[in-house]
Write a protein that binds this ligand. Structure first.
Ligand SMILES: Cc1cc2nc3c(=O)[nH]c(=O)nc-3n(C[C@H](O)[C@H](O)[C@H](O)COP(=O)(O)OP(=O)(O)OC[C@H]3O[C@@H](n4cnc5c(N)ncnc54)[C@H](O)[C@@H]3O)c2cc1C
Length: 365
């Protein structure tokens, strides 16, 4: 890494935490500003899916880098951060995904039959349609990751809301928060839903679309199984065309979502609770049909804002403005180690890889 020594990171979601941890590991001093609870925004909840399959092969390769770093980080942080249970996908597109992943070094993805599917995902109803296993995928233990990274940050985490980010013209960036004014050599804005407004203050208009989403958690009925792969179901066999699910660390709980967003009202700040309720009810109905190994009574909800870029649900990009970088995208949890590494390099004086420039449309659908 190069020589800048004092970096501000705005937002302690997974992207900001990953950036700060990468900076710390490189010996760069960092201050993370967080308005709310670290990991309380789009990074909330106990699990996420790690999968390699992406429509854009560049992003699949980026995911391979992240998978390696998740292992390395797990060793350093003293916890398994991604389960070894694999990621299962159902639906007519699996052969295409397997073919695409065959071109990506470091991925073990293959078709599985109904018997192996039942072994990998014993809570699923009997299913003999096309199924794929990504053996290096699995459930990211999201809340453990956040807790370990926050603990590493220690006093470097400042609980305050950032109002403005402004390059001073003298090689520093001024940060104004609720109760302080500080200058840093560089700033990385990883503020999720707050990124667009901080960008606006810099004269930048980022093409971020806001929506809302709900994911519902269910208890596993009976004893925890010895394997509980993640699920992406686009088979339609159980009445929904796009469902995803991931397991808690002890495999006693499964978080299930229908991959649909709830539009934001015209005021840009509120959503219709009935729409969220409707999506949650469809999720319960899906669980009754597809996942008989779960108790269908919901035991938890994650309600979240979702920020997406125009070129796809997995789209991600970094904007640079003088000595400020701003990151935006969706489905970033799995990518956080590699993305945080890139942002840390940039903040420390390195260059932004071309593939992360907005014009490269990384993660296009
Ligand atoms: C239900 C759900 C399921 C998902 N499933 C997956 C999945 O399976 N796999 C996957 O890879 N991804 C998944 N995602 C997406 C992934 O979780 C997000 O892309 C990722 O968590 C975004 O992290 P972030 O750090 O960019 O944003 P956030 O987690 O939103 O963090 C931004 C932080 O910035 C803070 N902030 C905002 N404005 C300011 C300000 N002005 N001053 C100070 N702090 C500020 C906020 O309080 C927040 O804590 C899912 C998302 C949801 C909601």
């Amino acid at each position: 890494m190069a020589t800048r020594t004092d970096v501000a990171v705005i937002g302690a979601g997974i992207v900001g935490l990953a950036t700060a941890y990468s900076l710390q590991r490189a010996g760069v001093s960092v201050t993370v500003y967080e308005a709310g609870e670290p990991g309380g925004g789009q990074s909330a909840g106990d699990s996420r899916i790690f999968r390699h399959a992406h429509a854009d092969p560049r992003l699949a390769r980026f995911a391979v880098r992240s998978r390696g770093l998740w292992r390395e980080w797990g060793d350093d942080l003293g916890a398994e951060l991604v389960s070894l249970d694999g990621a299962v996908a159902l639906g007519p597109g699996v052969d295409e995904k397997i073919d695409a992943l065959a071109e990506v070094d470091g991925v073990d993805a293959r078709r599985i039959d109904a018997a192996e599917l039942a072994e990998r995902l014993p809570i699923l109803a009997s299913h003999d349609g096309p199924a794929m296993l990504d053996a290096g995928g699995g459930s990211i233990h999201a809340s453990i990751v956040v807790e370990r990274l926050v603990s590493r940050l220690g006093d470097a985490l400042v609980r305050d809301h950032v109002l403005t980010v402004r390059p001073t013209g003298a090689g520093t960036v001024e940060i104004r928060t609720g109760t302080r004014r500080a200058e840093h050599a560089y700033a990385v804005v990883c503020a999720g839903r707050g990124t667009a407004s901080l960008a606006h203050g810099l004269g930048l208009s980022l093409p971020i679309r806001n929506a809302a989403h709900v994911r519902v958690s269910f208890d596993v009925a009976g004893a925890a199984p010895s394997s509980l792969a993640t699920l992406q179901d686009s088979s339609g066999a159980f009445g929904e065309a796009a469902v995803y699910a991931a397991a808690s660390v002890d495999r006693t709980r499964y978080g299930v979502g229908i991959a649909e967003e709830v539009p934001v009202n015209d005021d840009g700040r509120s959503v219709d609770p009935d729409a969220l309720q409707g999506l949650a009810e469809r999720t319960v109905a899906y669980v009754r049909r597809a996942l008989p190994g779960l108790d269908p009574a919901p035991v938890g909800h994650v309600h979240c804002w979702v920020t997406t870029l125009p070129w796809g649900d997995d789209g991600v990009a970094v904007w640079e403005h003088e000595n400020v970088a701003l990151v935006a995208g969706h489905n970033l949890f799995k990518q956080a180690p590699a993305l945080g590494g890139v942002l840390a390099e940039l903040a420390a004086g390195g260059a932004l890889p071309d593939e992360l420039r907005p014009s490269a449309r990384l993660g296009h659908a």
